[in-house]
Write a protein that binds this ligand. Structure first.
Ligand code: ADP
Ligand code: ZN
Length: 804
């Protein structure tokens, strides 16, 4: 008898371990770990999806015990969708992030496989196998399920898939239908007889008939047919009425990057680049799982180091995985990788549709793609033979997933590197304190690129004190910045301006009664957006009309405060009327492709100034940008987070790095209300090392990462009192069960105490060594599930990256 161990799609503590099911005889030789199956579950034997994690053949001994076991119902896949490595990784992930194994498995797969879907099987033309002809008379896709195939037939299909005679398609019902095209399928047996019944001058009908005769068994795309002379939709309709064709659809392969890209050659490396490349390549060749921290100033050519080390992995017939923060934001990077490696590159990022993601994922799973570039979740790309993993901008907070499983991409990278015996490159101009501290202790191998390419100087940075009102024009622009902008434009060069705040004004205040318009669901003021003529909540998306009078006292003295990108663009346009300004923020890049379009326009000099939120700070490499301005360096400093200084330093350094990257020297102007702040002063000097040492001292004094580990436990409920009480219970459970040396802070209300009508309380656990803590957190995880029924939500976040 064959028994399969299965993780079922029921995320609870009891079902966090595999369940045993008997495998029906006819599937015994077909079933493999990593396939999805349908199993009966619970008292009512409802059908749920599950993942096979283990298969035990010939378990005679257990036969008696297994008489109680249920049989699994059917296979959902004809080949594994989760490989051995990723199965193992899912277990580790579940343990270290305190999440359910099923959530981890689902996180690894493209969305299309999580959503409500149907698995279809289609024969591959030309079909010769009699069994196939018999079962697929119209060669349509047929749902791969029990209603359509018996287990014997499923077994047969598994064979046919191996031989390439059938293919699997996943059809998603709700969100992402595979991209399909209308097509027609021939039904004619006797072409001569049909031809005789057509008038000789009916050229369109004859043309269509010829096409059908030439491809009697393949669906023909209607759109392609109509492009041919004479074949009009009426002709097609006519054929359909005569029963000569049937209408069908064909799935279109989606290729997200359709722009032809010219290939380039490896560059001649500088001495520092050469040193980095040869050190890393040695590890690639020796299959050493070394972690390299590549600390290179902006414009030092880190990307070239990535490309040439990827090349080494490919030369060894290995594959490479390169992560970039929210890649939709850096089309330039994608182009650079594609230019070097062409069609071997697969791209995975949030800008793709579910269908496109699924197509790219399939190219990876089938071994067609050798280089994968992607954002966070691409770390799970099913590459079988990894030779190198790269995390560009390794300090970026978007590498941490904020929902279950709350993993950090870096940790997954290190785990996979151990598994594959391959090195990891963590690259950044401003490494996270955690990584830089590990390099200090030789846990990571530090490689530095202290200079820009071509010996270009880092740009000169000037700090402008905005508390000195005389310096200002309007509320946003200093005279220095305006003059510099004018000079840049006069030289026909370009400028980038950063303002890390969306919208027009960030809040509305009534001068008569002091009322501030807030979101009815969140503890946050509403932002005015002129584009959409609404007041918006940036947390829950709530929108309402812009009030003409105070909703509270009906007074008419409404004032708007806090400037966002929308207003800044408007003001600047008034100050510099001849200037062409492009705005880039969440609101102007919502449409697919908008991001790329804006950057292309800017790159093609169709604008003088690019003004945007932090999405302009990263990765942009435009040779004519010689001026960078930061309109308000203080937005991030005010946040109640121990990483506020680090984030500000990173952002300023990154954005400053956009200036003067080619031959022309760059200039940076930072406007701030905190000119004395060390993060701003050290960013002005572009001295990462000094910042690192200074910040480490402060972290040491305050007892924060990387000196201490932290776990954040958040409790929420619809009533504030209940959230507080539950947080109190969780906190005392922790107190009673953790090591003496462990500190427990809170519970306290979260900085934004209410979001989407839920009240949040948080508890911060700080520790150095605590063997008891995992057990305590496991208990909380177990409790959390019961408490959900009472309306509570409890989240465990190991090494949180945000406290908001
Ligand atoms: P970083 O990622 O460190 O900010 P980039 O990789 O973007 O730096 O490199 C900055 C610029 O220098 C790019 O335009 C890149 O093409 C160019 N570059 C990199 N390495 C070399 C080299 N060895 N020779 C010439 N140009 C180079
Ligand atoms: Zn809201």
């Amino acid at each position: 008898m064959t028994i399969a161990e299965i993780i079922v799609d029921v995320p609870t503590m009891q079902t966090n371990l595999p369940y045993s099911y008997v495998v029906p005889k006819e599937l015994e030789t077909k079933i493999q770990p990593g396939m999805r199956v349908v199993v009966p579950f619970g008292k009512g034997n409802r059908k749920v999806e599950g993942f096979v994690v283990k298969v035990d053949h010939d378990t005679e001994k257990a036969a008696t015990a297994t008489t109680q076991l249920k049989s699994l119902t059917s296979l959902m896949d004809l080949h594994p969708v989760v490989n051995t490595e990723l199965l193992k990784l899912s277990q580790w992930l579940a343990e270290t992030t305190y999440s359910f194994r099923i959530s981890c498995l689902l996180t690894m797969l493209p969305n299309v496989m999580k959503a409500k879907y149907q698995t279809l099987v289609v024969p591959v033309a030309p079909v010769t196998d009699p069994w196939l002809l018999d079962h697929f008379p119209h060669q349509d896709a047929i749902p791969l399920d029990q209603d359509h195939f018996s287990n014997q037939e499923l077994a047969r299909l598994t064979e046919l898939r191996k031989q390439g005679q059938v293919q699997i398609q996943y059809q998603v019902h709700n969100q992402a239908k595979p991209k399909t095209e209308l097509a027609v399928l021939n039904q004619i047996q006797d072409f001569e007889r049909c031809r005789e019944s057509i008038r000789k001058n009916a050229t369109g009908q004859l043309a269509l008939l010829n096409q059908l005769e030439r491809h009697p068994k393949t669906p023909l795309q209607q759109r392609t047919l109509v492009k041919q002379t004479g074949i009009s939709p009426a002709v097609i309709k006519n054929f359909e009425n005569r029963g000569w064709i049937t209408k069908t659809t064909v799935e279109k392969y989606r290729n997200p990057e359709q722009h032809p890209i010219a290939r380039d050659q490896p560059k001649r490396l500088t001495t520092d680049q050469q040193h980095a490349v040869s050190t890393i390549n040695a590890a690639v060749t020796d299959q050493q799982p070394t972690t390299f921290l590549l600390e290179g100033v902006t414009g030092s050519g880190k990307t070239e180091v990535y490309l040439q080390t990827i090349q080494r992995a490919l030369d060894q017939d290995e594959q490479a995985l390169m992560l970039v923060p929210e890649i939709a934001l850096t089309p330039q990077m994608v182009t650079r990788v594609k230019r070097r490696f062409g069609d071997q590159v697969a791209i995975l990022h949030s800008g793709l549709s579910n269908g496109e993601k699924y197509d790219e994922w399939r190219r990876i799973n089938e071994g067609t793609a050798q280089v994968v570039v992607g954002a966070r979740s691409a770390i799970f790309a099913p590459l079988q033979n990894l030779g190198l993993i790269i995390l560009d901008e390794e300090h970026d907070p978007s590498y941490k997933q904020s929902d279950n499983p709350r993993y950090h991409t870096r940790d997954i990278a290190l785990w996979r590197a151990q598994y594959h015996h391959c090195p990891v490159i963590l690259g950044s101009a401003t490494p996270s304190l955690e990584s830089r501290a590990r390099a200090e202790k030789d846990v990571y191998h530090l490689l530095r690129l202290p200079e820009r390419i071509n010996g270009q100087q880092l740009p000169e940075i000037q700090v402008v004190d905005m508390t000195n009102a005389l310096e200002r024009t309007g509320d946003l622009f200093s005279n220095e910045l305006l003059q510099a902008l004018q000079a840049t434009i006069d030289r026909h060069e370009q400028a980038v301006l950063l303002l890390n705040r969306r919208g027009f004004s960030s809040f509305m205040l009534c001068r008569d009664c002091g009322y501030v318009l807030k979101c009815p669901h969140c503890d946050i003021s509403l932002t005015m957006h002129l584009d959409s003529h609404t007041m918006k909540c940036h947390y829950c998306g709530y929108e309402t009309a812009i009030p003409t009078e105070c909703p509270h006292c009906h007074g008419h003295h409404i004032r708007y405060f806090g400037t966002g990108t929308e207003k800044a663009t408007q003001q600047l346009q008034q100050l510099l009327p001849q200037t062409r300004i492009l705005r880039m923020d969440v609101d102007t890049t919502r449409k697919k492709g908008a991001h790329r379009r804006i950057l292309q326009q800017f790159g093609a000099h169709q604008a003088d100034i690019l003004l945007g939120t932090q999405m302009i700070a990263k990765g942009l490499d435009f040779p004519d940008v010689t001026l960078v301005g930061v309109l308000n360096a203080d937005t991030g400093l005010e946040l109640p987070d121990f990483r506020a200084s680090e984030r500000t330093f990173d952002l300023l350094t990154q954005v400053a790095g956009r200036a003067g990257r080619a031959e022309k020297a760059g200039q940076v102007i930072i406007q701030t209300f905190n000119p004395e702040h060390y993060a701003i002063q050290l960013a002005q000097r572009q001295d990462y090392e000094a910042f690192f040492h200074r910040e480490m001292q402060l972290r040491h004094l305050a007892g924060y990462s990387p000196y201490f580990y932290t776990v954040l436990v958040t409790v929420s409920a619809l009533k504030e009192k209940e959230a507080a009480a539950e947080a109190g219970r969780v906190s005392s459970l922790l107190h009673d069960n953790v090591a003496q040396t462990t500190e427990i802070l809170g519970p306290t209300p979260r900085p934004i105490a209410r979001i989407k009508n839920r009240y949040y309380y948080q508890i911060i656990v700080k520790y150095k060594h605590d063997r008891q803590l995992p057990a305590a957190l496991n208990r909380i995880q177990a409790i959390s599930q019961k408490e959900v029924r009472k309306g509570f939500r409890i989240a465990i976040d190991v090494e949180p990256q945000s406290f908001m």
